[in-house]
Design a protein around this ligand. Structure first.
Ligand code: NAD
Length: 481
């Protein structure tokens, strides 16, 4: 496995990398390995970054949209060009495997390109003309936009905010997660180099830095992805200054198998949907509902497939998935496994350790399946965010639908059926931001579909036109004739 020197990563303010008091970032798969040294900011750093973004705003806003589009396509090229060098660094700091980090960079690049391709049509003004007056409605940027992101897919989750914000003429201050900030910032530094100084800024740090951004009076928009409890703090911190917000939060996605399903055809998709990124994806499959008549057959086949998974360091191509990202996450997953082990449900540990001798030197967890479990069990109701999934037997479709919808969350969901029309009829009754038929993973995403959650999974949508709309205000002008 390759190891390179640990880079020093500062804040990116007004086109320059700055910042002192760096903190060592450790590899979650080799805890004694320091991956990078990243600056830790405070309220003053936030203020400097926001003021730089605010100073750059008039010039960027008045840059013709075609010129902004050209610069953002060049920024997307810079991101794509950095993938080969920076994806391995991302693997070492956030614990994913190689293809997951590559996917993160690839999706991020695609999001910029797709968003910018929509810009010309999106910005064309609405006009109304009659004998009395003419009305023009244009889409104006909001000003300085703050983007706050988690660690699990840091590149694409950043680009989902940065691309629509910058394309429409806002300037940006980003706060990455301290658990995955180095590779992202080095990529952003290359992207910022093709943009005017101050248009794209980055401040590192913990929750207090995010909170300072949310409070700052010059920040007019907050795009946040993270946990629901943190989002409640974002709502509180933004309320005194009435900022526009988009919240992409946690989920407890159900996958419902209908009774006509071909069990074998579901296995690859469901294993991928549950265990990719060690289960640490907001829209991972987090509970599977199986018709009682198919339960034993499905559970046996699913467990056999999960048993083939190999857990190890992300840089080793033999690893199916890597360690969990951080200690708190590790303890959270151990806690739900302990509670399940001490319940009436059957917790099955599967898979294989790639290297047992280094297992204790990382936040590794083998894949687990929970059988004979109730819909009301904690492992079914909580967002486990780890490599464990409950298989819940149901008696009829109405019960499956009621249970799928019985959640405080509503991010994504899926229905699996041999009959696409039957799948669609079921999908239409599921309460969620998105429902996929016969898939439920990265390959289910389509930038033409809005992405976001209902209930406590969030507010607003990212991707495509809804994503662009989140960063503009309508400005209506009426002229009498
Ligand atoms: P988190 O909520 O702990 O942190 C997210 C970001 O918010 C980090 O940058 C963090 O430093 C910052 N933050 C912490 N306290 C803050 C505060 N008071 N004010 C402002 N910012 C603050 O989440 P996490 O542990 O990094 O990520 C895991 C969670 O994110 C899971 O619940 C997961 O489902 C969710 N998630 C959602 C999506 C989505 O698109 N819906 C995508 C990925 C992850």
């Amino acid at each position: 496995m390759t190891q390179t020197a640990a880079p020093q990563v500062g804040h990116l303010i007004n086109g320059e990398l700055t910042g002192s008091t760096p903190r060592a970032v450790h590899d979650p798969g080799r805890l004694d390995d320091v991956v990078a040294h990243v600056a830790v900011g405070d309220e003053q750093d936030v203020n400097r970054a926001v003021r730089a973004a605010h100073a750059a705003y008039p010039g960027w806003r008045s840059t013709p949209s075609a010129e902004r589009a050209k610069l953002l396509f060049a920024a997307a090229d810079a991101l794509a060009a950095s993938t080969e060098e920076l994806a391995p660094l991302l693997v070492r700091e956030h614990g994913g495997v190689g293809w997951e980090a590559q996917t993160d960079f690839g999706l991020g690049t695609g999001v910029i390109q797709h968003t910018v391709s929509l810009l010309e049509d999106f910005l064309s003004p609405l006009t109304i003309d009659d004998e009395q007056c003419s009305i023009q409605v244009t889409k104006a940027p909001r000003g300085v936009a703050a983007a706050i992101v988690p660690w699990n897919m840091p590149v694409v989750l950043t680009m989902l905010k940065l691309a629509p914000a910058l394309a429409t003429g806002n300037t940006v201050v980003l706060k990455p997660s301290p658990f995955a900030s180095a590779a992202l910032t080095l990529a952003l530094q290359r992207m910022a180099a093709v943009l005017p100084p101050g248009v794209l800024n980055v401040v590192h740090g913990d929750g207090d830095v995010g909170a300072a951004l949310c409070r700052h009076p010059l920040v007019r928009k907050v795009g946040f992805t993270g946990g629901t409890a943190t989002a409640q703090k974002v709502l509180e911190a933004t309320s005194p200054t009435i900022k526009n917000i988009t919240l992409e939060l946690g989920g407890n996605d159900p996958a419902v198998l209908l009774d006509d399903v071909d069990v074998d055809s579901t296995l690859d998709g469901l294993v991928k949907g549950v265990y990719t990124r060690s289960g640490q994806i907001c829209f991972a499959v987090k509970r599977i509902y199986v018709p009682r008549s198919l339960y034993t057959r499905f559970a046996d086949a699913f467990c056999a497939r999960v048993d083939e998974l190999v857990v190890g360091h992300g840089l080793d191509p033999q690893s199916s998935f890597g360690p969990l990202n951080n200690e708190a996450q590790f303890k959270k997953v151990q806690d739900i496994l302990d509670r399940t082990r001490n319940s009436t449900a059957q917790l099955v540990q599967l898979g294989r350790k790639l290297d047992a001798s280094t297992w204790e030197n990382g936040y590794y967890v083998l894949p687990h399946v929970v059988k004979d479990v109730e819909h009301s069990a904690p492992v079914s109701c909580e967002e486990q965010f780890g490599p464990v999934v409950p298989l819940i037997a149901y008696d009829d479709e109405e019960q499956a639908l009621a249970w799928a919808n019985d959640s405080e969350y509503g991010l994504c969901s899926s229905v699996w059926s041999a009959d696409p029309e039957r799948g669609l009829a079921f999908a239409e009754r599921v309460e969620a931001g998105s429902t996929f038929i016969n898939s439920h993973s990265f390959d289910s995403l389509d930038p033409r579909m809005p992405f976001g959650g209902i209930k406590q999974s969030g507010l607003g949508r990212e991707f495509g036109v809804p994503g662009l709309s989140a960063y503009v205000e309508d400005h209506a002008v009426r002229r009498l004739k």
